[in-house]
Design a binder for this molecule. Structure first.
Ligand code: FAD
Length: 501
């Protein structure tokens, strides 16, 4: 074998990075890379145009947001204050199975492991034995959310406090400003320029970006954070796009904020509507609202009207329509250009995954960081991994739609009859046998998340995991009663969400 490793700095190391776009994706990339590359001599420039607005939505997150904040060295409390954030214990889904029905997808755990088996199997057993403990008795995040309360996870990890998990709701504009401050302090140079075009060099490489004032900028590596249009990855490199509307037909959203709630809920609400669904995200200083819909089933005007009807108060800004195509670029990394954020792909914000996908994209970039040879092996590995990640989330989103019982409503009949990807068919079949899911290594949504949504959408396993019967049910019952009682005390003692804020 030919060992060429010398341990010396590569003469091929990147000397310059150009980030195109200053939305959440661009400034997240700038904040993280400036920290990781500090002292390397690699110059980072971010180009954005103050004439071209950012998407500006993107207000709900999932728990790994805190890993990102740690990775960029941000102070969590300062971030929460500056970004008008509130805490999020999960999502309440209303009217998805049928009108009048609701269920929770909370963060955090359900019950405790018994005899090395996850608790959700005992949950089914307990119901089959005629007991009626529900999620609010057995999942601390649900108990708190139902009462508009909040508690930080207890550091000892013990039930019930140890089973709480949380994320944030925040103002996306303020987040970009916070990240920008961080990145500029770490040496990132910002250029306010409108890019007219990206110039393609030899092969699949970007040679330069050209500005409307006649100047241009060249760098070793480009990160395309230019939003849906994909200024570099699509307009210059013609990556192509896999359109997933056949699975996720929603292709538009209309958004309008309202005043802050008098009692701020520690959760997002996602309510099924005639041709899509409506979000409500409580921030400190206002409430974010929007209707995600499928333009084949409702006109823009009617969608805006439906949003208004569901607001519960007058909008404090004009409703804004956003168009999108769900799916993913065929390749998100080509040559010396990586797409991140909306320029890479988009999945509707039902489980608040887009900002997370920016951050996993960045983590993956660090894991496969290139030098100027841009080894195709790294690039192919990155692209394959992204595809798996998006497909996994796509399947999870589909699970929210396909079991619906809103019969006679054209949009809901349509999504009930969509031909599902094999990967999802396999998961649902496994669940419907004995409640197993078998999520794979590194998948974002673990078995417990699949359980919450599958159970919430009315799926029931035909039989119970046989290993659950190894522990005598009287013993299991004692544990469940203890959990329920501990939960009652925990719930009563917890402070309100507003008090914590
Ligand atoms: P953008 O915000 O579009 O930024 C693009 C940047 O590129 C801008 O700075 C612009 O100035 C610059 N630019 C573009 N063209 C040029 C040019 N020619 N010259 C110079 N600069 C240029 N995500 C979540 O995690 N949670 C949510 O709850 C959530 N809700 C969403 C709801 C909706 C309806 C939509 C559409 C998205 C939602 N998202 C959500 C996704 C989230 O908004 C995005 O992932 C996030 O904002 C990142 O956007 P971006 O930075 O990729 O692009």
């Amino acid at each position: 074998m030919n060992h060429t490793h010398t341990g010396e700095a590569s003469p091929q190391a990147l000397q310059s990075i150009c980030i195109v776009g200053g939305g959440t994706a661009g400034w997240s990339a700038a904040a993280l890379l400036s920290r990781v590359l500090q002292g390397s001599g690699c110059r980072i420039t971010l180009v954005e145009s103050s004439d071209i607005p950012t998407v500006g939505v993107g207000e709900a997150t999932i728990p790994p947001i805190f890993d990102f904040l740690r990775n960029i060295g941000a102070d969590e409390v300062a971030f929460i204050r500056r970004c008008q954030a509130t805490f999020k214990l999960g999502i309440q889904f209303r009217d998805w199975l049928h009108r009048g029905h609701s269920y929770w997808h909370p963060f955090g755990n359900l019950g405790v492991t018994i005899n090395q088996r996850p608790f959700h199997h005992y949950y089914w057993k307990n119901l089959a034995e005629g007991h009626d403990e529900g999620l609010a008795d057995l999942c601390p995040s649900v108990a708190l959310a139902e009462d508009n309360k909040f508690a930080f996870p207890s550091p000892d990890g013990n039930w019930p406090g140890g089973a709480v998990a949380y994320a944030l709701h925040f103002d996306a504009g303020l987040v970009a400003a916070f990240l920008r401050e961080h990145a500029e302090a770490a040496g990132v140079e910002r250029l306010d320029r409108r890019i007219l075009r990206a110039e393609r060099g030899e092969g699949e490489h970007i040679a330069a970006v050209h500005f409307d004032n006649g100047e241009s900028l060249s760098a070793d590596f480009y990160i395309d954070c230019s939003g849906f249009r994909g200024l570099l990855i699509e307009e210059a490199l013609e990556a192509g796009f896999d359109d997933w509307r056949r699975w996720l037909p929603c292709d538009r959203a209309v958004a309008a904020p309202t005043a802050a709630q008098s009692v701020r809920a520690p959760y997002t609400v996602a309510t099924a509507r005639s041709a899509g669904w409506q979000w409500r995200i409580p921030l400190h200083h206002r409430t974010g609202n929007g209707l995600v819909y499928c333009s084949d089933f409702i006109r823009d005007d009617d969608a805006a009207e439906e949003l208004r009807e569901g607001l519960g108060g007058p909008p404090i800004a004009n409703p804004r329509v956003l168009r999108f195509t769900p799916g993913l670029r065929k390749r998100v990394w080509i040559g010396n250009c990586l797409a991140l954020g909306l320029s890479a792909g988009f999945l509707e914000p039902l489980e608040s995954t887009s900002i997370h996908l920016i951050h996993t994209g960045l983590n993956r970039l660090l894991d496969l960081f290139p030098d100027r040879s841009f080894d195709p092996v790294l690039i192919d590995s990155y692209n394959r991994d992204v595809e798996r990640e998006y497909a996994h989330i796509r399947d999870f989103l589909l699970l929210h739609y396909c079991p619906n019982q809103r019969e006679g409503e054209p949009f809901w009949d349509h999504v009930r009859n969509i031909e599902l990807p094999d990967t999802l068919v396999e998961k649902m079949a496994l669940f419907e046998r004995t409640g197993r899911i078998m999520s794979k290594h590194r998948e974002l949504f673990s078995d417990i998340s699949w359980f919450y949504v599958a159970a919430g959408m009315g799926l029931r396993p035909a039989a119970i995991d046989p290993l659950v019967d190894v522990a005598p049910f009287e013993e299991v019952r004692k544990v469940i009663v203890q959990l329920r009682d501990a939960m009652g005390a925990f719930r009563a003692a917890a402070p309100t969400h507003d008090a914590i804020l």
